[in-house]
Design a protein around this ligand. Structure first.
Ligand code: 13P
Ligand code: SF4
Length: 334
């Protein structure tokens, strides 16, 4: 997605109608969105800034974003913008990843409290201790960490992965023993597709962990023709019910490509909004789980970030350097 040309309030109202949320996107709310979008577009120019947004963001954030994507796309393509400031509308580890890859740039996140339960489930000291202990038994052990981790964890990681390339990264390593951190569900999914010894860290995403297979079975029973697409952060009994297991952007591509019209989208709720905006002729049923961290980001806070230069992501050049290798290795392997 490139920078959207600012729509007027009536166009915004029509644009958001496809979401079926007329109570939230009323004509008067669309007018306030229009004013904020205009203000942010002006600020982007005056502050030499670019806005990167994750697929789970609120629909109005997409109106000011220069790039919308999954965590791999935000990391890979986000670093190539020429602007000196990056505003990351997503969660903190995504903003840290942008800083690690572009240490010379100013990286802002509209709310520094936008964390991630996966990133919080592992710290660098505990991971190092577990790695050192396991290496006594498995000298060839490699640490693979999901990008949903802090910079300090990335610094003690051999190679990062995302939901879209985890299996490929693991398979391309010349090691049979992998300490996979921190998502036990993604680890189990990779283990189910690989002959390698995958040793999981015990963490999970609180959003995906709440989804149960019974909910999927009920929908499938009512609509046997529905395509079930699930994120690999879900439990294995949920993934067993899915027709396809995909990253957030992988789900968009799958729904675009397939002839089916009805999809059950088993991930954070916001993705269904993004799918509807991209593919208004298809129908998306959702799992109704919100990520409270992703939803902390609003247009108002995005405007304030640009006005006040806050919250800035500050990482030492040494930490950026130490963490960068694991991300660059991922780019090379996938
Ligand atoms: P994606 O890489 O699929 O966008 O996932 C990131 C994430 O945090 C999902 O909960
Ligand atoms: Fe983290 Fe889960 Fe939110 Fe993704 S949905 S950002 S994994 S807490």
């Amino acid at each position: 997605m490139t920078t959207a040309s600012a729509k007027d309030a009536a166009e915004l109202y029509e644009h958001f109608k496809v979401l079926g949320q007329e109570d939230a996107y009323t004509p008067s709310h669309c007018e306030s969105i229009r004013l904020l979008v205009e203000e942010i577009q002006d600020l982007k120019r005056s502050e030499d800034a670019v806005i990167l947004a994750h697929n789970y963001q609120r629909p109005e954030i997409f109106e000011v974003a220069d790039l919308v994507g999954d965590s791999l796309e935000l990391a890979k393509r986000g670093k190539d913008f020429r602007q000196g400031t990056i505003v990351l509308c997503g969660v903190h580890f995504m903003a840290e990843t942008a800083k690690i890859l572009s240490p010379e740039k100013r990286v802002l996140i509209p709310d520094a409290m936008a964390g991630c339960s996966l990133a919080e489930s592992v710290d660098a000291d505990d991971l190092t201790a577990m790695r050192d202990e396991l290496k006594l038994r498995y000298p060839d052990l490699k640490v693979v960490s999901y990008v949903n981790t802090t910079a300090a964890v990335k610094a003690v990681t051999d190679v990062c992965c995302t939901s879209s390339n985890a299996l490929r990264v693991v398979e391309s390593l010349d090691s049979d023993n992998i300490l996979f951190c921190p998502d036990e569900n993604l680890a189990a999914y990779v283990a189910s597709q690989s002959d390698k010894n995958i040793i999981p860290w015990k963490g999970n995403c609180y959003v995906h962990q709440q989804i149960r297979p019974e909910a999927l079975q009920r929908v499938r029973k009512a609509r046997p023709e529905i395509r079930v697409i699930a994120h690999p952060e879900c439990r294995d009994d949920v993934l067993a019910e899915a027709d396809a297991v995909l990253s957030t952007s992988g789900m968009i591509e799958y729904a675009r490509r397939e002839d089916a019209t009805d999809f059950l989208v088993v991930t954070e709720c916001g993705l269904s909004d993004r799918l509807l905006m991209e593919l208004p002729d298809k129908r998306f049923f959702k799992a109704c789980q919100l990520c409270k961290y992703m939803k902390m980001i609003t247009l108002e806070k995005t405007r304030d970030a640009l006005v006040n230069g806050r919250d800035e992501v500050l990482l030492s050049p040494q930490l950026c350097e130490a963490a960068r290798g694991s991300i660059e290795r991922m780019f090379e392997l996938s």
